[in-house]
Design a protein around this ligand. Structure first.
Ligand code: PMT
Length: 405
């Protein structure tokens, strides 16, 4: 049984180049156990054929409000009632405008008005259209009515320009759907994560550290907790609230982090090392504040234990997911770490330049495992975390088929 077993998703597809991603989204939703029916706008059929979506969903695709045969089989009101979730992906600027205005001039917008199910939209459009005050106002109106706005992501666009407006990847949308429809799907799974920086003391007032804010790791902890997993988050010093349902253990140094992590290993199904752990610490910590008596000063450093590698070397080891923060050649270096640390998966995080993953609210990752790769484009860390968790759980279920819930 998949994470969405027994759930019914009505997928609305509107016109836009991202409509082709609806095909993969249907496959993922069905793979997770959901029943999927598709409603297309006339414009959507210009970008992808109804036949493709019918073959993938295993159901007749609905396009018209005035189709006697289809209306006799399952009328639009029944269709609106059938769904647990109406997900419009892609949602064009025009479709968002019509939904916000309450216009019901085709089957999809009529169902959007008639349904009492949860409604989500995955916007996809040119970045100037997304930034236009009319679209901003329409999204604000929809959000104020409880419509979930998933995305868009930022990046290269079909028009050749760059900016916010890319539809979230199907895997990211699957993560959002699971979090919405099956909040307790992973009850019984015990997840331990690390997040944030470590501080390596030089003297009582100074330390070596890095730019990690903890946002990525906390978002991951929240995403696992949303699914009902039992989550322990071992965190370095950060200024963040503990996500609901997460057990937090605060530490400062790498040595403390290692002790806190190992104390959780008796019961751990899945470990995620997202912390930016200092590789080295000062060999000696001065007992008193060091005085500036000399023009130069050297600090001898010794290696810290590699927490992630030590967890992965345990027998039995939990399913281990690492991160690789790199300023160049992220895939090459991440694959090296995947192999050297004997991990199940690794998320390569390019941290160079303005787009770097440290501190910001957005991030992008390249997820790698033996024989596989998935690019998760720039999006806010909450959405990115849900997509990464969906990827991790897919691989975890393959390795532990009996534990699939
Ligand atoms: O916290 P944010 O501001 O949101 O930023 C997020 C992030 C950039 C910190 C995060 O996405 C990220 O990339 N985390 C990994 C940072 C890191 O230390 O990468 P690394 O390539 O140096 O380490 C590789 C892996 O080994 C990591 O999983 C790390 O947690 C682990 N490690 C490293 C050293 C060590 N002594 N022990 C470890 O467990």
């Amino acid at each position: 049984m998949g994470a969405l077993a027994g759930k019914k998703v009505l997928l609305g597809v509107s016109g836009g180049i991202a409509a082709y991603k609806a095909a993969q989204l249907i496959r993922l939703l069905r793979g997770a156990g959901a029943g999927v029916r598709v409603v297309m706008t006339p414009a959507a059929a210009e970008f992808i054929t109804p036949m493709t979506l019918q073959a993938l969903s295993g159901e007749a695709v609905r396009q018209s409000l005035f189709d006697p045969a289809h209306e006799a089989a399952m009328g639009h009101i029944e269709l609106a009632r059938w769904a647990d979730l109406l997900l419009v992906a892609p949602a064009s600027a025009d479709l968002l405008a019509r939904m916000a205005a309450g216009i019901a001039d085709d089957l999809l917008t009529t169902i959007a008005l008639a349904t009492s199910a949860a409604v989500a939209v995955a916007p996809a459009m040119n970045h100037l259209m997304w930034r236009h005050p009319a679209t901003r106002a329409n999204c604000a109106t929809l959000a104020s009515r409880g419509v979930r706005i998933w995305g868009p992501a930022e990046g290269d666009q079909a028009c050749g320009e760059t900016g916010p407006g890319r539809m979230l990847e199907p895997e990211q949308l699957l993560g959002q759907v699971v979090a919405t429809l099956k909040p307790g799907a992973r009850r019984g799974l015990r997840v331990v994560l690390t997040a944030g920086p470590t501080r390596e003391a030089i003297d009582p007032v100074r330390f070596l550290s890095n730019r990690s804010s903890g946002k990525m790791g906390f978002a991951l902890a929240a995403a696992f907790a949303e699914l009902g997993a039992e989550v322990v988050l071992v965190s370095g010093p950060v200024m963040l609230e503990t996500p609901p349902g997460v057990q937090r253990v605060d530490v400062e140094s790498a040595l403390q982090m290692e002790r806190a992590v190992m104390a959780q290993m008796a019961r751990c199904d899945l470990f995620v090392g997202c912390a930016a752990v200092a590789d080295y610490r000062p060999a000696d910590v001065a007992a008193q504040k060091i005085k500036k008596l000399t023009a130069e000063r050297e600090i001898a450093l010794v290696r810290n234990p590699d927490i992630l590698a030590n967890v992965a070397a345990r027998s039995p080891a939990p399913f281990c997911v690492g991160f690789a923060a790199e300023t160049e050649r992220p895939v090459e270096y991440a694959l090296g770490k995947l192999e050297a640390k004997r991990l199940d998966m690794i998320a390569a995080n390019l941290v160079a330049g303005e787009q770097g993953g440290f501190e910001r609210d957005e991030n992008a990752l390249i997820v790698l495992w033996e024989g596989g790769r998935k690019d998760l484009p720039m999006s806010d860390k909450t959405q990115l975390a849900r997509a990464l968790v969906a990827e991790i759980l897919q691989r975890y279920d393959q390795k532990h088929p009996a534990q699939d819930t």
